[in-house]
Ligand binder design. Structure first.
Ligand code: HEC
Length: 171
């Protein structure tokens, strides 16, 4: 299986093996070809991993795009992000991450029948994740406030018009 995947160029969306190819090309060097990680545990196994086993793929997408860079008691744990920078040859596109993430989840993590990941979903995570509820609430308040101001202005204008009309009738 591996020999058929190694060094094969990614054929694009619709390629049944695209997730496996992307994994062997980008992730296997550290997490090992079978995703079991390294013996010393520095490169973690992707089996029984909360990120690959979660019902929500967003953490996995974020890990792929942003990588990991954290200080542990043993030293620095570092995984490069595949989100891309100006000179990053390893960058994965939204479509590629959308093919890779369900493969990793199905093969090593959450198990069979994982729903597909859409490129749009990857784009949202790349931007920093879905807007929090607080932001949505703030937006709704802003819209409600604008509507209220508009209604108030309309009401004042109406009152002025009526008053002017009455004054004209009196004189
Ligand atoms: C250069 C080595 C390297 C490569 C390449 C690499 N990783 Fe990692 N990865 C790591 C290390 C080291 C950690 C452990 C970080 C830690 O201990 O928090 C890690 C952690 C993870 C985790 C677990 C994150 C967590 O918070 O527990 C996942 C999932 C993962 N990698 C997936 C991938 C996928 C998918 C790819 C391919 C796109 C990939 N990795 C490529 C080194 C690598």
């Amino acid at each position: 299986m591996l020999a058929t995947l190694r060094g094969v160029k990614w054929a694009g969306d619709g390629d049944a093996n695209s997730g496996a190819k992307l994994f062997q090309g980008n992730c296997a060097s550290c997490h090992s070809a079978s995703a079991g990680g390294s013996k010393d545990g520095y490169f973690p196994s992707l089996f029984h991993n909360s990120v690959t086993g979660s019902a929500n793929p967003n953490n996995l997408i974020a890990t792929i795009v942003n990588g990991v860079d954290r200080t542990t008691r043993e030293g620095q744990a570092y995984m490069p992000g595949f989100g891309g920078g100006p000179h990053d040859l390893n960058a994965l596109s939204d479509t590629e991450v959308a093919a890779l993430a369900p493969y990793v989840r199905t093969a090593y993590g959450a198990g069979a029948d994982q729903p597909p990941v859409l490129a749009e979903q990857v784009a949202v995570v790349r931007q920093g994740g879905p807007a929090s509820n607080l932001v949505n609430v703030a937006r709704a308040c802003l819209a409600a406030g604008a509507l209220l101001a508009l209604l108030l202005a309309g009401w004042v204008w109406q009152r002025l018009r009526i008053r002017r009309k009455l004054r004209r009738q009196i004189s």
